[in-house]
Every structure is written in structure tokens, then in C-alpha cells.
Design a protein. Structure first.
Length: 255
């Protein structure tokens, strides 16, 4: 039986983006409890089957909250057959049809960046509060420099993430979070909101500021407007802190 899937198809219907839900189960593989990891593997296989993607065509990165980018090709597939190490990165890029890029999320912001009219290039970015202001501009610049693209030709999709009204901290711990964010990048000053009792972070607002700074037009930005903290269909670390995660994949389907 097919389970609930959150999906987005680009205007030209080349780029396809899918997110699993709680109905597919936890997708996080942590290499701690073999039985739980086996369940997660089977959950992933069920999800891939439901969206019509071959498991061998999906490359799932292990986020490290960095600015590390990995370019994925068919040669990567051959390399991974002989190497069991996960792909440690916070952005994956491919220009191959049929390859899907994947990452597990709970509250962090999934950002898909693509160009489908001329070169058919897709990037999947894992953007959390600790790395958003580094990995997002670096990925856009990688696409511009590596493939001779300009921002005006790029299109962007925001996946489900924890929204400003939900990404809230009590004043005590929140003050330390504020100081940490400002050390990471002063830009955060515009996207931290405080009142007498609470502190809120605006991941989406900060990401959109960066995207616009690269001249990506507003009409090229698409949003899957789901707050992970409020959704009963998605996992949220900020809500339950149980370590469960949903999986997002993006790619250009085969002809």
C-alpha cells in the first residue's frame, strides 16, 4: 500500500522532489543499533518504491553541519560499491539524469537548487542553524563557477522545516543560542526575534535573504509551506527529540 508522500515537481516537470512522512517510519541510520538500522533501511526501500525511484540511484549524505559539497556521478556509484563509508557532506550536486540526491531531516531546512532549461543540474542542501550561512552561498557559488550559471537562471525549492514561530527557545538557553549564532555570522542579527520570555530563529528568512543576494528572482523560489514542528506527518527534533527523521530526495527522472 502506498503511503503519504510530500512531493514537488518543477515547472518543466523535469526535477522531482519527494519527502517521506511518519507513515514510512524513521529513516535515520545511526550505526548504533543494528535492528533499528535495518528497519530504517527497509523504510527507505518502501519509500523509494512508492515514489518510483530505484534504490541504487539514490545517494544519501550524512550531514556534518559544514560547508562541504560533494559532486555525484555514476563513478561515485562504482566507488561506493567498494567503500562503505557514508557520504559526509551538507550539499550534493549532480548533472546526471536518473540520479537522486538524498538527506535525512527533522527540523533543518532542505533546499533544492536546480537549473533545468539548459544543463539539467540539481543540488540538495542540508541547511541548519549552524551551517546555513556557509553552505547555502557556497553551493550557489559552486553552481555558478563550476557550470557557468547565473543566479537569475537558478530555481529553488524550500522543503519542510521548523518555522520561525515554532523555532523558539526559553530566554536562558536562548541567549546562549543568540551568541552562538552571531559568532557564526552577524547576518543572524536580522533573523533572531526576542521578547521578554522567548527567542525565535527564522531559518527560512535567513535562507531567502542569501538566495536573493545572488539575484535569484522571487518567482523562481518555491516553498513547500509545512512547519515540521506543527505537522503530524513529519518528525521534529525540536518537538520530541527522539532522533527520528524523514528523508528528502531530489533529482531529474529518467526519460
Amino acid at each position: 500500500m502506498r503511503k503519504l508522500v510530500i512531493s514537488f515537481f518543477s515547472p518543466l516537470e523535469k526535477v522531482k522532489v519527494y519527502f517521506s512522512t511518519c507513515y514510512h517510519g524513521n529513516m535515520a541510520i545511526r550505526n548504533v543499533e543494528p535492528e533499528e538500522d535495518l528497519k530504517a533501511i527497509n523504510n527507505r526501500l518502501s519509500f523509494f518504491n512508492d515514489v518510483g525511484v530505484f534504490a541504487d540511484d539514490v545517494f544519501v549524505m550524512k550531514p556534518v553541519f559544514s560547508d562541504k559539497i560533494k559532486l555525484i556521478s555514476h563513478r561515485t556509484q562504482e566507488f561506493l560499491k567498494d567503500n562503505n563509508d557514508p557520504i559526509e557532506a551538507d550539499a550534493l550536486v549532480t548533472y546526471y539524469r536518473g540520479i537522486f540526491l538524498g538527506c535525512c531531516f527533522s527540523d533543518c531546512l532542505p533546499v533544492v537548487i536546480y537549473e533545468e532549461k539548459y544543463q539539467e543540474i540539481v543540488a540538495l542542501v542540508h541547511a541548519g542553524r549552524k551551517n546555513l550561512t556557509k553552505i547555502l552561498p557556497k553551493t550557489i557559488e559552486f553552481l555558478e563557477n563550476e557550470f557557468n550559471l547565473s543566479g537569475k537562471n537558478l530555481e529553488v525549492v524550500f522543503g519542510p522545516y521548523i518555522h520561525k514561530e515554532s523555532y523558539v527557545f526559553d530566554k536562558g538557553i536562548g541567549e546562549s543560542v543568540v551568541q552562538e549564532q552571531l559568532r557564526i555570522d552577524p547576518l543572524w542579527r536580522k533573523y533572531i526575534f526576542q521578547n521578554k520570555e522567548k527567542i525565535h530563529l527564522d531559518l527560512g528568512g535567513c535562507a531567502e535573504h542569501i538566495i536573493h543576494s545572488y539575484q535569484i528572482p522571487s518567482e523562481n523560489i518555491f516553498k513547500i509551506d509545512i512547519d515540521t514542528h506543527k505537522s503530524r506527518h513529519l518528525y521534529s527534533y525540536h518537538s520530541k527529540q527522539d532522533g527520528k527523521m524523514f528523508l528528502g530526495i531530489a533529482g531529474i527522472g529518467r526519460r
